[in-house]
Design a binder for this molecule. Structure first.
Ligand code: COA
Length: 336
């Protein structure tokens, strides 16, 4: 039997496209206002790609930074994973495209399709590979290009104002001290709510997979469909539940936490969750104001920014938590 070990995040990176789209710019595209967007979501601006850019392109600089920070060469990776709901193309995977951009080959590369929980689903998978000895170094990247998939008119405004493009990445490796690194991960899914937040088209149930009827008229099925209030209600229940689950699994309490990094879905969701947990504001990291919801990229972007800001330091106890389409939700407790 090999010795028990943990996995640890060795390096982080993130990248957002240069183009900043303010709320004021959104008001030129649709009937909305800066005030509505700030009040309901906390978002002030987001980044959109300019042209011809896929999530694997955004993931590349994030991954390169994470590799550099980890001191790991791309050729040393044993596994590459990329989480996205907006893959570059239908197939092959965006992970395979990222592998090509990194100039390496041979090691497995796979996409994870778990929306806002995607980063934590990858973290759990990487952790299991490393603990079992199946991999030494694993790259996980969350990357999204939402802007090309949003209805940027008044019909789509409820969804369109929320999302932004971006990428974040982490390189994981073994941690011999089992009191440090990824302490535990907790994954959940409830597919019965699939219709509450979904993109239906293209789909393989239909031949061809996209028809003119699917695309025509307002409310085209090409755009995301979301029951905002319903999603909101579930999120504010599941976040605390899964955070408590992670703490309890490690014999910890909310008071032990140095920082909570919730998936950046809506500032109001984060604030309600923090209030319910009685976590002071300085123990919760939010950056949705500048990026909107970047889905699979949101946690690694936030984690990297928190680290750069000195809010995640050696010894910090950090809880990562996510909720999103599926519904899926997840958490991880990390001793930095
Ligand atoms: N600008 C201006 N008005 C808008 C708008 C926009 N971008 N989007 C919707 N509205 C309008 C609605 O049409 C509605 O008008 P009505 O009262 O005349 O019918 C009004 O604003 C209020 O809509 P409501 O649905 O009550 O708003 P809300 O307070 O629930 O906020 C969301 C809407 C989408 C911000 C909120 O429900 C939310 O964040 N839900 C969770 C979404 C989420 O996190 N998704 C990702 C999951 S990870």
């Amino acid at each position: 039997m090999s010795e028990a070990m943990n996995s640890r995040i060795l390096g982080l990176g993130h990248y957002v496209p240069e183009r900043v789209v303010t709320n004021a710019e959104m008001t030129r595209l649709m009937d909305t206002s800066d005030e509505w967007i700030r009040q309901r979501t906390g978002i002030e601006e987001r980044h959109f790609i300019s042209a011809d850019t896929g999530p694997s392109d955004l993931a590349l600089p994030a991954a390169e930074d994470a590799l550099r920070a980890a001191g790991v060469k791309a050729s040393e990776l044993d596994l590459i994973m990329l989480a996205t709901l907006s893959p570059d193309i239908d197939f092959p995977s965006s992970a395979a495209l990222l592998q090509r951009r990194l100039g390496v080959s041979g090691m497995p590369a796979m996409d994870v399709r778990n929306q806002c929980s995607g980063f934590l689903y990858m973290l759990a998978t990487a952790d299991a590979f490393i603990r079992s000895g199946g991999a030494r170094y694993v790259l996980i990247a969350g990357a999204e290009v939402h802007s090309t998939g949003l209805d940027l008119t008044t019909v789509g405004r409820e969804v369109a104002v929320i999302f932004g493009d971006g990428a974040g990445a982490a390189v994981l490796g073994p941690e011999p001290d089992t009191r440090r690194g990824i302490l535990s991960t907790h994954l959940h899914s409830e597919g019965k709510y699939a219709e509450k937040l979904m993109v239906e088209v293209p789909n393989s149930r239909s031949r061809p997979r996209v028809t003119p009827e699917m695309l025509s008229g307002p409310g085209s099925r090409l755009w995301p469909r979301m029951e905002g209030r319903y999603v909101f209600k579930h999120a504010v229940t599941r976040f605390p539940e899964v955070i408590h689950e992670a703490l309890a699994a490690n014999g910890c309490t909310v008071g032990d936490l140095d920082l909570l990094i919730p998936h950046q879905a809506n500032l109001r969701i984060s604030q309600l969750v923090a209030m319910g947990l009685e976590l002071p504001e300085e123990k919760v990291f939010n950056n949705i104001q500048r990026y909107g919801n970047t889905t699979a990229a949101s946690i690694p972007i936030a984690l990297h920014e928190a680290q750069l800001a000195g809010r995640v330091r050696p010894g910090s106890l950090v809880c990562l938590a996510a909720f999103g389409a599926g519904f899926t939700w997840a958490s991880a407790l990390v001793r930095w």
